[in-house]
Structures are given as C-alpha cells and as structure tokens.
Design a protein around this ligand. Sequence first.
Ligand code: SAH
Ligand code: SF4
Length: 358
Amino acid sequence: MPTRARRNLVGASRAELQALLAELDPRPFRAEQVYQWVARRMAASVGEMTNLPKALREALSEHAVVADPDVLEVRRGGDGTAKYALAFPDGAVVEAVAMPMEGHTTICLSSQTGCAVGCIFCVTGVLGAGRNLTGGEIFGQYRTILRSEGMVGAPVNVVFMGMGEPLLNLAGVSRAVELIAETVSPRRVTVSTSGIVPGIRKLAGLERRPKLAVSLNATTQEQRERLMPIAARWPLDELLAALRAFPLERGRRITFEYVMLAGINDSDDDARRLPRLLKGIPCKVNLIPLNPDQRYLGELEAPDEERISAFAGILASAHVNVTVRWSKGREVAAACGQLRGQIIARGPAQAGGGSPAP
Ligand code: SAH
Ligand code: SF4
C-alpha cells in the first residue's frame, strides 16, 4: 500500500488514535499505548511498538505510518549548537535548532514555512510568507532533534522562535504544545510572538498555557512599524494592554525580546523609554544583538558591545531584569531563517514547498 494513503501517527491526538484503532482494537488502552510510543518514547515505526501484539502491529501498519521530516543538513557550531534543515514531503524546508545550555538543552522549533509578518531584520520575514505547519509537522521537528541528538528523556526547554509567527498558526502550535506536554512541562515551553493581539488573548485561554515571549524591538509605535510592518495592525498600546491582561502565575514573567540595531533602536532615549512602556508587567528583557546576514540584510548592523552594555545598564538602573543574548549559534547562522535562506541561495530545488521563491 502506498505511504501516501496511510495516516501519519505523528501529531495524532488520543481521540484521533482511538478512532483510527476503532476497527482494529477499540479498547482505550491500546490507543493510549500507541500515543505513548509516538509522543513519549519517540518511536520511529509501528514495528517498534513492542507491547502491541504482532498481528495488531501488522494491521496498524496497513493504515498508518510514523513519519518525521527528512534531515537535509545539520550544522554544528563550536558552542554545541546543532542547526537542522528539515524537509517535508511537499518540499517545504524549515529549521529547528538544539542549543546546549547549563543543565538542559533548548530546542527551537518553526511554526510556519515562511513568515508574512515581514520584519525587515529577519531572513524568514524577508523571504516572505509560507504555509502553516501542522501540529504533527511541528512535533516531528521536536522528535527528530530528540532522536538524532540522542536526547529522548533528557531535560529540555522548547521555544517557538524558529521560522514563522506561532500565533498566526494557533491550531498547529496548540496541538504541538499538547504533544510536547507529554515530555516537557508547559512551564518549559515558550511561544514567541511579534505581537498578534487576538492570538495572545487566545493563548491566555489555553488550559496548558506555555510561557509568552514578545518581540518588542522598538520603543515607539512609529519605530516599531518601520521595523515590523505588522505593528500597524496591532499597535503598541493595544499590545501592551493585552499583555497586562495576560494571566501569569506567581513568579512568572513575560519575556520581551529586543533585537538591537545600530543607530535605529539602540539610543539612550530608547533605553529610558523602555522601562516606562513595560511598567506594571512582570517581565524580563532579552537584548539580542542583530545576527547579520549579508545577503539580505546588508544595511543593518548590530551595535558594538559598548553600546549594548550601556543600553543594558540604563535598563538595569531602572530595575528592569535584563539579559543580553551574545550570539549563541552565530557561526551556524542560527538566527531565524538563516540556514534555510542559505539553502535557498544554493538553488530552489531543495526549498520549494509552500513558500514562494525569494
Ligand atoms: N515570529 C516570532 C518567533 C520567531 S522569531 C517572533 O517574531 O517573535 C524569534 C526571534 O528572533 C524574534 O525575537 C526575532 O525578533 C528574532 N530575530 C529575527 N531575525 C533576527 C536576526 N537577524 N538577528 C537577531 N534576532 C533575530
Ligand atoms: Fe516573522 Fe518573527 Fe521573523 Fe518577524 S521576526 S518576520 S514575526 S519570524
């Protein structure tokens, strides 16, 4: 039977598995066993599901497969970062990254095959819109990294900071978060958004709510619109109001990401405005010096270290909890979309799929 006709078990919910197994073995514990193999033990095939009777495995194999994206390329940096280019059957290519930290590894996942938000400093944005990934395609990135890196069962954090805007794909992202929650507490999962206000409100209502990070990147509406065209649609004051209403358990905070661009958003005035904007929101600020990509972003630059430290100093003196992300993974082109950008640069054959040509 051709693979195409068979259902992919990666991404299926418990209810969907129950329906799929209805004619083979309708007892709920069977569906649960299959779910555990796919979502917890990261099985790569039905054949591995050794607590199912052989006859059931054979029957299930006629209806279903366990299929993850193909690994096109893995780039490793000296800091231990491993950046994966992953391809889906329609030819779409996305990135996922594993970054070793102290005591755990952070896994960064993509939510879309491109991004329509169009931030001028972001390779994914510059390459343009793509399609939404399904929950299974997002979860497949996670499974692939865990298995390839030998990390099934290891302590990990998950961040939705790869390609795409997660809150423009809430269906896919919520399903992925639900599946990831089998192995990682939602407290260790972060969704990063460019500020899609209706999406933030919906996320606030999720039962297993991940943590929220917001890419602020500017301190005035005008400046933000210049860097992130979508800011015109969901203005800064509306965004901040939605964040003030976002439910936070005790001790939890919203992370604000701030990509630092020399001469654009790195002035002392910006640093003084920022704490005033964030007043009343339990938060921390993560300053991200621009990760330059000459091919697309030639005219933008990261500020020098002195400027970044001075900016961070002003925030700290206003009692803002601030950290600087000093180029983790820069040598493997780890900023959003950069590896895929380079694959596209080598020729369209490897990066078609739902994304438009650059
Ligand atoms: N679309 C979501 C999540 C993916 S982008 C969002 O925008 O939040 C993840 C982070 O990478 C964002 O904070 C974004 O501002 C940052 N980023 C994008 N391009 C970058 C670059 N060239 N250098 C440094 N950070 C970048
Ligand atoms: Fe999209 Fe985020 Fe890149 Fe902006 S920074 S274009 S929202 S992926």
